[in-house]
Every structure is written in C-alpha cells, then in structure tokens.
Design a protein around this ligand. Structure first.
Ligand SMILES: Cc1cc2nc3c(=O)[nH]c(=O)nc-3n(C[C@H](O)[C@H](O)[C@H](O)COP(=O)(O)OP(=O)(O)OC[C@H]3O[C@@H](n4cnc5c(N)ncnc54)[C@H](O)[C@@H]3O)c2cc1C
Length: 397
C-alpha cells in the first residue's frame, strides 16, 4: 500500500451531499478529499431527483456552485393535486411566497463536479471505501481500494459519510449498516422517462381508484412519469401501450402527450433514519443518514440541509477549535429530518391506496385530500413543507 493520504475532511461519496460540502469547505480554506466508487460519467448521467427547494437553489447560486440552475432550471409556483377526476392547484406563490425549481440532480452534479475540479479540488472517482476506522480518535481513517484496485488509506481530522443509502460509514457511527428506524411500504413507483414535451405546466399528483400517478417533468423534451405498482413488478412486464393506458386512466381529465419510452425502473419506498448521525469525529449526512419515500421530493433537499449544518460546524471548529456546533449537529439535523420524514410519509399515505385498504380507508383518504384543498391552513402546510423550511445558518455571515 502507498503512504496514507492526509486531509482535514475525508468525504466518502460524491453525490450532491459530499460534493456540496467539499465546495463550501473550500470557500473557507478547509481542504478535503472526496472519493466515490463510481466513475465521473456514471455519477453525471444517473437520473434521480428533479425538484429543488427554494433554499437549495439559493444556496447553489449564492455559493457559486451553479449559475445554470436559474438558466436551465424551471421555476414552479405550484402543483396540482388531482382526485375524483378533478384537479386542485396548490398555489405556493400565493400561499407562502416561495417556489421550487425543476432541475435534475445529475445537472446539479455536473455543476458541482465542474466547480470542484475548476477549484483544483481533490476528487477521486473509482475509489471504494470498505471501512471507516478510529471514529473516536483525533485521526479517523478511511480504508478501501483505489481505481487501480490497490489498497488506500486516508487519515483525516474528520470523516463524513455521504455514501448514500447503503453507507459503509454508518457502521462506524451506529455500529451496523442497518442501525436505524425503518419502515417499508407495500407499494412502489414504476417510473418511466419518455421523449415528449410536458403534458401540463406543473407537476400533477393524482390519487385515483386505479392507483397513484405522478406526472413530472425533466426538460422541454424529456418527461418523467410514475405509476404506483407492486414492489415486485418486473419493469419489462408492461408494454408501452399498457403503461400509457394506465397513466391516462389515472389522470382522467388531462390528455397526456405520449412519446417513446426510453427508461423504466421500479423505485421501492422506504423511510429510514440512522440511530446516530455522529460519533467522535465521524458524521453521517444525506441518504447515508436517512431515506424518505420520494412523494414529497425531499431526499436531495434534506441532504443539502445536512450539508449546511455540518459545514457551519466544521467551519466553526477550524476557526476557533470549538466543538459546540459539532456536538449539536445530530440533534439540530434530526429536527428537520423528522419533519421531512413526517411530510414524506403523509404525502405518501394520503395519495396511495395500500393493497389491503378497505372502503373506509378509501373514503378517509378522500376526506383528507378534501381537507387539504378546501382549507387554506391545510394547503399552506403542504406549500410550506414542499417548498422547504428555511435553511438554518444560510446565508452565512
Ligand atoms: C428515482 C429517484 C427519484 C428521486 N426523486 C427525488 C426528488 O424528486 N427530489 C429529491 O429531493 N430527492 C429525490 N430522490 C432522492 C435523492 O436522489 C437522494 O436523496 C440524493 O441522491 C441523496 O444524495 P446523497 O449525496 O446523500 O447520496 P447519493 O446521491 O446516493 O450519493 C452517494 C454517493 O456515494 C457513493 N458511494 C456509495 N458507497 C460508497 C463507498 N463504499 N465508497 C465510495 N463511494 C461510495 C455512490 O456511488 C454515490 O455517488 C430520488 C431518488 C431516486 C432514486
């Protein structure tokens, strides 16, 4: 093995959380090494999240991470909730004076990778962490295998696990890869990408007797749509015609613009929060710390909120040696995490029928949807949570 590498902050995972933290630390003169087991190309081409909260957009632009989000992204001032064949607009701008932006996660990643490389950041693609060691010492370590298959060791003041839902860093913090609060749902989303213009100006969240559908977007020429399905569904088992038929039935009243389907996947629904987010000098953030079902569009935004808190803590430590924000990171982050968990669970359970749902359950869900669209208080809660609570500590003095 070559000599150990030394850095202030070793970050495992070049997803939105790891790259953004590295960028913000660099602005404060704090060096970091970011490793990721995947190639740059793979990271920049995987289609995942698409909705950015207003605070996320402000952070990306004001920190110099992305200008493109305001040029190539699309501001959405509301969403449509559809049930019983009727659409109801939740007007974010009018209710809470905020908005969200449609800007795909892989575009955020392209911006962050370009920014870090432009700033001569140390990013290592194809490097896989196998273990994080000595969490409670002053020199925690990351060990693993580099892009050439050779073993490596990184010694740091702090190690951050931004390594996604199958985090190996979690073991160093919680004692096991699965140590957390967990819930699985009895349904999933069958997602497609198709070549077509948008079918509607804003996203449509539709609860129908056939099941849930989300009519989402990616760009002027590519659309993302989801159908509620059985978690075991084989994505190849439905023909294109069956998919379009199911989608059209679930959003009656809106004529979908069809086009060639070029990607299909089944996305399982899980809620997870790690039992601990911090041990000694090792931290968890983003999907390594928590997973939410995608209905509330919270995953990537919650990762960004963790970054803001951890950046402030590491910055304070670098400036004064204080561990105050380090020691409060887990409890401060947990407050938002559990609010986002609740919102994601609430949107999911309100919009999806469970396979064992009774007629009582169906009517109760309709009552709940009516309560949201007919009550300003109900609509305002949805708008406030969907567009995102303010990011504590940003912009920074
Ligand atoms: C289909 C889909 C749709 C979604 N839609 C939305 C949405 O609309 N809005 C929203 O906010 N969120 C959405 N999400 C969730 C969002 O994509 C995630 O919450 C977000 O990617 C979390 O970012 P992260 O940086 O924490 O983790 P990730 O993006 O998962 O990044 C983790 C990185 O760590 C790397 N890694 C893992 N293990 C190792 C290791 N051992 N060594 C080195 N590197 C490692 C991985 O290769 C990966 O690049 C969606 C997710 C999916 C799958």
């Amino acid at each position: 093995m070559t000599a150990p590498l030394r850095t202030r902050v070793a970050i495992v995972g070049a997803g939105p959380a790891g790259l953004l933290l590295s960028h913000l630390l660099h602005r404060d003169g704090i060096d970091s090494i970011v490793i990721d087991s995947r190639s740059r190309d793979e990271i920049e081409s995987t289609i995942r999240a698409g909705i950015l909260e207003q605070g996320t957009v402000e952070l990306l632009t004001e920190s110099g991470a992305s200008d493109r989000v305001l040029v190539d992204g699309h501001r959405h001032d509301g969403i449509e909730l559809r049930f019983e064949g009727e659409g109801h607009r939740i007007d974010f701008a009018e209710l809470v004076g905020r908005a969200v932006w449609l800007y795909p996660q892989h575009e955020v990643l392209k911006d962050l990778v370009a920014r870090r490389l432009g700033d001569r950041g140390d990013l290592r693609f194809g490097w896989t962490a196998t273990e994080v060691l000595d969490a409670e010492s002053d020199s925690p370590r990351v060990v693993g295998t580099d892009a050439a298959g050779e073993p490596f060791e990184i010694v740091a003041d702090f190690v951050v696990g931004a390594d996604g839902s199958r985090s190996v860093t979690r073991t160093a913090v919680t004692g096991s890869m699965t140590g957390g609060y967990f819930r699985e749902y009895p349904f999933a989303w069958f997602g497609i990408l198709c070549e077509a213009p948008p079918s509607a100006p804003e996203l449509i969240y539709s609860a129908s007797d056939e099941g849930f559908a989300l009519i989402s977007q990616r760009s002027a020429t590519v659309q993302r749509m989801y159908l509620q399905c059985d978690p075991e569904l084989d994505p190849a088992s439905m023909s294109d015609a069956e998919i379009w038929d199911q989608l059209q039935r679930r959003v009656r009243g809106t004529e979908l613009i069809e086009g060639p389907i070029f990607q299909r996947d089944v996305l399982r629904f899980r809620s997870f929060v790690a039992h601990e987010l911090h041990r000694g000098n090792v931290f968890l953030m983003g999907d390594a710390a928590h997973t939410v079902p995608p209905t509330g569009a919270k995953g990537m935004n919650l990762a960004v909120a963790d970054v803001v808190l951890l950046h402030a803590a590491l910055r304070e430590h670098a400036a004064s040696g204080s561990r105050t924000l380090i020691d409060s990171y887990a409890s401060t982050a947990s407050d938002r995490i559990w609010r986002a968990q609740h919102f994601s669970w609430w949107m999911t359970s309100m919009l999806h029928a469970a396979p064992d749902a009774t007629e009582f359950d169906r009517r109760r869900r309709l009552g709940e949807l009516e309560s949201v669209v007919r009550s300003r208080a109900g609509s305002t809660y949805l708008a406030e949570a969907y567009t995102g609570w303010p990011l504590a500590g940003w912009p920074q003095a």
